[in-house]
Design a protein around this ligand. Structure first.
Ligand SMILES: Cc1cc2nc3c(=O)[nH]c(=O)nc-3n(C[C@H](O)[C@H](O)[C@H](O)COP(=O)(O)OP(=O)(O)OC[C@H]3O[C@@H](n4cnc5c(N)ncnc54)[C@H](O)[C@@H]3O)c2cc1C
Length: 392
């Protein structure tokens, strides 16, 4: 097995690194912000859009897509390299919903008109997306969602509420799953997948501030929102299959292993500089470093499968579960390493690492929920990986 990147891939990495060295705001790099805490920055959305636009101009956001849809037809390892460098340089700019979830789902399940209409905007970095799947009473049991889309002559009229909509407060478009048949049995056969312009009248977006005090997600209300029929992806009442392929991608797009590894090395530097090391702490650093390597390899396997045209399933659940839970373990360890100082937040000039330690710790609780919970990942691994029976 060859773990090395090709000379072309290494050259791409160097090009991305040189670009980020120049373009990422100094404050982001000095504070060593991660994807998970940079939303607390006052200028995050502007910087995110600016970086996305610049990477879009270079063709990097779509680099691994087919040539006929703004891509360069290279392997998904180029996307991985881009995202690893973004993590290393503490940069926003990758719309993980548009580029990471909606685009692959459209490439797989969208019709030609939808691909031509939406992929260029995502590739350019100018059009940002959110996804509205979860509802107040339905998260893991997505098949039971209640937001209803009523069929009219040339459109559907949507009513109801979604929640936990990441980036809903600035997204331009929305990937929406709604119920179109209340009588369907089983219930997942009554769902349809829509593309929705967030400027459509009748949409209200309210902020939900997370436990770390960051505004990342929202609740979204639909009141008689009209969606043209041509915005259905796949067929009417067949939205479940689009969502399933979307979730397979969602679990593969984040480079949380890279973010976790960067945070661990920041913590190691802080501990060394502040004389906080002892044999127990140092051993724990070593264990977590080994775990970062495992997370790294699990993600590389998933990307390798994609590069061979395979659709990873339980493999991506394993990679996602492991790297997100590892980031939780590292975030918790950060609190131990910094001791009483760990509780100082960014507004204190005595706060270690610009107050990132409590911020990362509090934000980490969501890791085992977002993109489908760790329990659901374990079900996928047990049933589809090990072939064990479904017990619930
Ligand atoms: C940071 C963050 C960002 C998010 N962004 C988005 C977004 O952009 N769009 C979106 O649509 N949603 C988003 N979500 C929502 C996320 O997908 C849901 O939180 C998740 O699917 C769980 O649903 P729930 O919160 O309703 O919890 P529930 O499904 O009610 O689960 C509660 C607990 O019960 C467990 N549980 C539930 N069913 C089972 C089962 N069958 N077997 C074993 N255990 C089970 C769960 O694992 C969990 O621990 C986000 C969530 C977070 C935390």
């Amino acid at each position: 097995m060859d773990f090395a990147f090709s000379p072309e891939e290494e050259a791409f990495r160097n090009e991305v690194a040189a670009f980020l060295e120049k373009e990422v705001p100094l404050e982001y790099r000095e504070k060593r912000l991660t994807f998970f805490d940079m939303s607390a920055q006052h200028d995050w959305i502007q910087v995110h859009r600016r970086m996305a636009g610049k990477m879009g101009e270079k063709g990097w956001l779509s680099i691994h897509w087919p040539r006929e849809y703004s891509g360069q037809g290279v392997s998904p390892f180029y996307r991985l390299i881009l995202r690893e460098e973004l993590a290393r340089y503490h940069s926003p700019g990758y719309d993980s919903i548009g580029c990471g979830i909606v685009a692959p789902a459209l490439l797989l399940k969208g019709n030609d008109a939808q691909k031509k209409r939406h992929l260029p905007g995502i590739a350019s970095g100018k059009v940002m997306w959110c996804e509205t799947l979860s509802e107040p009473n339905h998260g893991s049991d997505l098949a039971a969602i209640e937001v209803f889309a009523r069929e009219e002559a040339d459109c559907f009229i949507v009513n109801g509420q979604k929640i936990w909509t990441t980036n809903g407060h600035f997204a331009d478009w929305n990937a929406l799953i709604a119920r179109t048949d209340r009588e369907a049995s089983p219930n997942y056969r009554g769902l349809t997948f829509f593309l929705l312009d967030m400027k459509t009248p009748g949409i209200t977006v309210n902020p939900v501030v997370n436990i770390a005090g960051h505004h990342e997600f929202n609740e979204v209300f639909f009141e008689d929102v009209s969606i043209p029929k041509e915005n259905i992806v796949g067929d009417l009442n067949k939205g479940w299959y689009v969502v399933m392929s979307l979730l397979d991608y969602e679990r593969t797009t984040d480079t949380v292993y890279a973010i976790a590894a960067t945070y661990l090395s920041d913590l190691a530097e802080y501990a060394r500089e502040n004389d906080l090391l002892n044999p127990v702490v140092e051993r724990r650093f070593a264990e977590l470093e080994a775990e970062c390597e495992i997370a790294h390899l699990l993600h590389y396997r998933v990307t390798w499968m994609q590069s061979k045209g395979m659709v990873p399933n339980y493999e991506s659940a394993m990679s996602k579960m492991y790297s997100f839970e590892l980031h939780q373990r590292i975030s918790e360890f950060g609190m131990e390493v910094a001791g009483p100082f760990s509780q100082l937040t960014a507004d204190s000039d005595k706060a270690p690492m610009f107050g990132r330690i409590p911020s990362c710790y509090l934000r980490s609780f969501g890791y085992s929920l977002e993109q489908g919970t760790s329990e659901i990942d374990r079900d996928v691994i047990a049933q589809r990986g090990l072939g064990l029976p479904r017990l619930r």
